[in-house]
Design a protein around this ligand. Structure first.
Ligand code: AHR
Length: 499
């Protein structure tokens, strides 16, 4: 049997996990909003039209922050269209996804929904077709207590108290040629700088996210970050990263190694941030908001056939396989390992659109395979990430050399006296996993949850929603002063210890 070892020392800390690492994303795209979180005619809708079955599932995920309303959508969005009496809201052509946008759901509905699911709202301003003026009005509408035109308009709309949205994205993927109002680095940098300055005049407590590269492999990566931060450094706290992975080539070894690409991407983005920090000779550190990450490829061909100008057509409805859940687990491990620099992360997206939760219009709601690793990380991964030292055999793939068969990360929750180890076995056979713990001598294994399946392509559907689901019959145990386990072939593992 292959062997792997992990050493954990209570004193070797990476950083406290920012709760906002377990965020997600709702865009006006496909059926994310309409027939996803909002469906007034649904038998399980509340009096405001929010689907209660979906609310329950979102609560299970314990999502800490939700980014809204886009995504590519935001670059053509007028926030004013989505507030005020619903019967007066305009139906508009939505150009990013070529749909019809009824604007029945807007900022105020989003804030109400966030309260119902106990999550923090995170919003974006349109820097594609719009700019400083609309942004400052939007901040005034959302966050100013009252006595000014836009704050009083919010009150007239029935929201007396300010929404106090703290985290704001300065546009979305402005480096991408597909983006409405795509800009060069300098064009974006100057607009973001001036917009951020004015937004902070309205509300100095905002936490702003500059739009970073839409992917690591885009040719302008690095140069883009450096230029944008040269201009915006004093106003922003974060720069965004986005990454989506695929398995078009149906190569499990290579697919499961793709979290290494994510790791390198984070390291490179941090280097770009610190390059500007060095040039500016400042103590301020820019953090990463990894505000779009997931697997995305299953639905791309189907989406090409969708007729334009429909309201909430099915778009980006990836049906996730068991192997996708393994990569999502590995990506969560990667994010946790960078807890010192990645302070916000949003699984893109939350419902129906490349999402852990699926719904049927008028029908049920169910958990996709990727629901589980996210739920485990979000519920058990809060606390302090400890530096994992892992020794494991490695393998080479088409794109990656020296891929360890085991990747893992420990999170210590001091308040609850709990230590949780998240681990993935990338190998097609069992692996012995020996864990030496320093500072946790009085902790014992209470649970070993496993997500495993003989069929890599197994999926959950409305008719068979529990086809892929975790069990807690893992064999992790305390033995000879260590924690020992045999990790099942191709498995996601959550080993929980308590004092
Ligand atoms: O999440 C789907 C899309 O992916 C978002 O709208 C965009 O920001 C990214 O390209």
């Amino acid at each position: 049997m292959k062997k792997s070892k992990m050493y954990i020392d209570k004193n070797f800390v990476i950083d406290k996990v920012d709760n906002r690492l377990f965020g997600s994303f709702i865009e006006h795209l496909g059926r994310a909003v309409y027939t996803g979180i909002y469906e007034p005619d649904h038998p399980k809708a509340d009096e405001k039209g929010f689907r209660k079955d979906v609310i329950d599932l979102v609560k299970e995920l314990n999502v800490s922050i939700v980014r809204y309303p886009g995504g590519n959508f935001v670059s053509g969005y007028n926030w004013e269209d989505g507030v005020g009496p619903k019967e007066k809201r305009p139906k508009k052509l939505e150009l990013a996804w070529r749909s019809l946008e009824p604007n029945e759901f807007g900022t105020n509905e989003f804030i109400e929904w966030c309260k119902l699911v106990n999550t923090e709202p995170m919003t974006s301003i349109n820097l594609g077709t719009r700019g400083i003026d609309e942004a400052r009005n939007f901040v005034e509408y959302c966050n100013f207590p009252g006595g000014s035109y836009f704050s009083d308009l919010r009150k007239q709309h029935g929201y007396n108290d300010p929404h106090n949205i703290k985290v704001w994205c300065l546009g979305n993927e402005m480096d991408g040629p597909w983006q409405i109002g795509h800009k060069t680095a300098l064009e974006y940098a100057r607009l973001a700088e001036e917009t951020a300055k004015v937004m902070k005049l309205v509300d100095p407590n905002l936490s702003l996210v500059a739009s970073g590269s839409s992917g690591w492999h885009i040719p302008t990566f690095g140069e883009w970050e450096a230029t944008v931060l040269e201009h915006t450094y004093d106003y922003v706290d974060f720069i965004s990263l986005h990454a989506y992975y695929d398995n078009y080539e149906n190569n499990i070894e290579n697919f499961l190694a793709k979290s290494i690409d994510m790791d390198s991407y984070i390291k490179s983005a941090v280097a770009a941030c610190d390059y500007v920090k060095g040039r500016k000779k400042t103590n301020k550190t820019i953090y990463i908001s990894f505000d779009e990450w997931n697997v995305w490829f299953h639905s791309r061909k189907e989406d090409e056939k969708v007729e334009p100008w429909q309201i909430a057509p099915p778009l980006l409805e990836d049906v996730y396989t068991f192997e996708d859940a393994l990569l999502v687990g590995l990506m969560l491990i990667t994010l946790l390992k960078h807890a010192d620099r990645v302070k916000i992360a949003c699984l893109a997206q939350l419902v129906n659109v490349i999402a852990p939760i699926m719904t049927r219009k008028g029908g049920g709601a169910w958990r996709q395979t990727i629901f589980y690793p996210f739920m485990h990380a979000s519920n058990f991964g809060r606390g302090t990430v400890l530096q994992p030292v892992i020794s494991a055999e490695t393998y080479d793939t088409k794109d990656f050399k020296g891929v360890p068969f085991v990747d893992a990360v420990p999170v210590f929750n001091e308040e609850k006296n709990e230590l949780t180890i998240f681990a993935v076995n990338r190998a097609q056979d069992k692996i012995e996993f020996d864990c030496e713990l320093k500072g946790f001598e009085d902790y014992s294994v209470t649970e070993h949850i496993i997500l495993e399946n003989n069929d890599l392509k197994a999926v959950n559907t409305e008719d068979n929603p529990d086809n892929v689901k975790p069990h807690n019959n893992g064999n992790a145990r305390n033995e000879d002063g260590k924690v020992k386990a045999e990790l099942s072939p191709l498995s996601w593992n959550v080993i929980r210890l308590k004092k």
